[in-house]
Design a protein. Structure first.
Length: 275
């Protein structure tokens, strides 16, 4: 198929996307190494004249940043594991089983994924309060699981459809149950898709702010996005310190992407081809 745009234009577009994505990260990192005086200097200095790690030390001493990181990690891992388990079962049922109203169910999943989060805030808050889960990990794990399920289910459905049905039938002939065939045959062969869905669920939980701010008001249960907001004061906005905290928060997600980029890329591409 003939490309819809010349190679030079495609390269320019790719360069623009890369710069748009990486420049803010680069600027935040440089800011985290500057002093407050150098940051407000005119004209702007790009590389810091005297790089300092003091902002990182203050980021951990002025706020319990390590606690916020731990809370975010626990919530993200728990919600990701629960999301993958439920999404795997739902995706397999929709992709393999002959169930009624399948198209209606898929349409409902897509519709639910488009709901603005702010419209769900009040009913979710009332539900968490009724269950007695406010100021706990459960107050975030359950909503994050529900919010991540639609997109993760859709990703896994498209990928499960690429696995030959004969492999499952052979496993069941050998004595494997349908659930056993799912977790012993389908899921391992769908590893790139599972990694993709897991990464999406993890990032969604790691970055979420509104529910974390509303459901967990106690310092013991605050997550990283809410904790970073607390660095600013009524009349002060310590950008170097906030930038240092942001860099610390970006590192875990960046490490995951670097470690699993090949699996994620293959999951995004292979899941869209039915073979």
């Amino acid at each position: 198929m003939k490309p819809i745009a010349p190679a030079s234009l495609r390269r320019l577009a790719a360069f623009a996307v890369i710069v748009n994505g990486l420049f803010p990260l680069f600027w935040i990192f440089l800011t985290s190494l500057k002093t407050e005086a150098e940051l407000t200097r005119v004209p702007i200095t790009w590389p810091p004249h005297a790089p300092t790690l003091a902002n990182y030390l203050r980021a951990f001493s002025d706020q319990p940043l390590a606690l916020y990181l731990f809370n975010s990690l626990v919530v993200a891992l728990m919600s990701t594991a629960l999301t993958l388990f439920i999404a795997t079962l739902a995706a397999y049922a929709l992709a393999r089983l002959n169930i009624g109203y399948r198209d209606l169910a898929l349409g409902a999943i897509i519709a639910v994924s488009t709901f603005p989060l702010v419209t769900l805030l009040v009913p979710l808050f009332q539900t968490m309060r009724t269950l007695g889960l406010l100021n706990s990990y459960g107050a975030l794990v359950l909503p994050y699981t529900v919010l991540s399920l639609p997109v993760c289910t859709l990703v896994l459905i498209s990928f499960f459809q690429t696995i030959p049905l004969d492999l499952e039938n052979a496993a069941m002939i050998d004595g494997c149950s349908r659930v056993g065939a799912l977790f012993r045959i389908v899921v391992p062969l769908s590893a790139p898709g599972v990694f993709t869905a897991g990464l999406l669920a993890f990032v969604n939980s790691w970055d979420e702010f509104l529910l974390a701010l509303s459901f967990n008001s106690a310092t013991r249960w605050r997550t990283l996005p809410v904790g970073i907001m607390l660095y600013q004061g009524e009349f002060a906005f310590p950008w170097p310190e906030i930038s240092a905290a942001l860099v610390v928060g970006i590192v875990p997600v960046a490490v995951l992407i670097v470690l699993f980029q090949q699996r994620v890329i293959s999951g995004l591409t292979a899941g869209g081809v039915k073979g």
